[in-house]
Write a protein that binds this ligand. Structure first.
Ligand SMILES: Nc1ncnc2c1ncn2[C@@H]1O[C@H](COP(=O)(O)OP(=O)(O)OP(=O)(O)O)[C@@H](O)[C@H]1O
Ligand SMILES: [Mg+2]
Length: 334
């Protein structure tokens, strides 16, 4: 099996550009730049699609190892029976199909960076072997009686809560401490909305460069819907949304109708057409507020964090109103 991705410095530099307009993302990049030139193991956490792999490459490219390989391994994608030989290699004749000696990912990354993605998806037995490799800085290929020194910098990533995984027995605490030397949390896109227009423009630019299509940008209404949306799939979801919208757009501008429905319908702009009209007009302001909050909660699956954001109020204010009006849905969290 090939490593998921292996990049070398000759790769298209533009694909390594990182948008970081928000204070949250600036902080992430500052941390990454600080830690990059060291040999420290880095643990990247954050929801799916927040840019963990992007930051892992950034760390690699800003390190002294930049001219050596970056090897990305998705631990969740390798079948359990193969993972040991994929990571550590095997000698000729180690098992029936092993006709030749094979280098593992640790050897491929020698002198460079090994990115262990979805680290929480490894089995406990693989975790033991990883721990040993990290501690001893040497590996033993499957079927070999001798060990090999390896020189790799480890960057690991997960979208799971490793402390929870430790608590439920699926992740080894000793490996956690090995990996958690320097942790960087990638914030969810809904918590750094300032990045949304910059990311959207960036992905649109890439689309235009790739396709040669003549697109000028997003209409104000389309952009406002994009800003109002919660992006459970984070930057990757935004990237796909821009791609789709740009493909559909006619007449030079990306319009609301070009956006994926969850964005054009889920944005809940306050009191725009079609929203307020469906409320009877003999309601008191309180009653209107109650019904509107109810509707927002309903649309966002009862998620208090998202609903508060969408309403432009704090979570504690929303809690108060939910209790006051006796609404339900307050038990669902982000
Ligand atoms: N700040 C950013 N600037 C530019 N592109 C970004 C940024 N963050 C993420 N991307 C792009 O968004 C997509 C998702 O990012 P990435 O694969 O790094 O996320 P991830 O956290 O590893 O996700 P998963 O947990 O699903 O593997 C990629 O195409 C990446 O290039
Ligand atoms: Mg990833």
């Amino acid at each position: 099996m090939e490593p998921e991705k292996e990049i070398h410095p000759s790769d298209d530099a533009q694909s390594e550009y990182i948008v970081g307009a928000s204070d949250e993302m600036k902080r992430v990049l500052r941390l990454a730049e600080k830690i990059a030139p060291t040999e420290t193991t880095v643990l990247l956490t954050g929801e799916s699609g927040t840019g963990k792999e992007k930051v892992a490459r950034y760390i690699h490219l800003n390190s002294a190892r930049a001219t050596r390989p970056f090897v990305a391994v998705n631990a969740a994608a390798i079948p359990e029976g193969l993972i040991e030989s994929e990571l550590f290699g095997h000698v000729r004749g180690a098992f029936t199909d092993a006709r030749d000696r094979k280098r593992g990912f640790f050897e491929m990354a020698d002198g460079g960076t090994l990115f262990l993605d979805e680290i929480a998806e490894t089995s406990l037995s693989v975790q033991v072997r990883l721990l040993r490799a990290l501690q001893d800085r040497e590996i033993r290929p499957v079927g070999s009686d001798s060990t090999l020194k390896v020189n790799v910098r480890i960057v690991a990533a997960t979208n799971r809560d490793l402390r929870q995984a430790i608590a439920d027995g699926s992740f080894r605490e000793d490996l956690f401490y090995r990996l958690n030397v320097f942790r960087i949390l990638l914030p969810a896109l809904r918590d750094r909305k300032k990045d949304i227009p910059f990311l959207a423009e960036y992905f649109l630019r890439l689309f235009i460069d790739r396709t040669g299509r003549n697109l000028k940008g997003f209409t104000e209404r389309a952009m406002s819907m994009m800003l109002n949306y919660g992006y459970p799939g984070n930057v990757r979801e935004l990237e796909n949304a821009v791609e789709r919208s740009a493909t559909l757009a006619e007449g030079g501008w990306i319009q609301p109708a070009d956006l994926p429905p969850e964005i054009s319908e889920g944005g809940l702009p306050l009191l725009t057409e079609g929203t307020v009209e469906t409320f009877p007009d003999d309601l008191t302001l309180e009653e209107l507020e109650k019904r509107y909050i109810e509707r927002v909660l309903d649309k966002l699956g009862g998620n208090m964090t998202h609903a508060a954001k969408s309403l432009g109020i704090s979570r504690s204010t929303l809690w108060r109103k939910v209790n006051k009006y006796g609404l339900k849905g307050g038990d669902v969290e982000a």
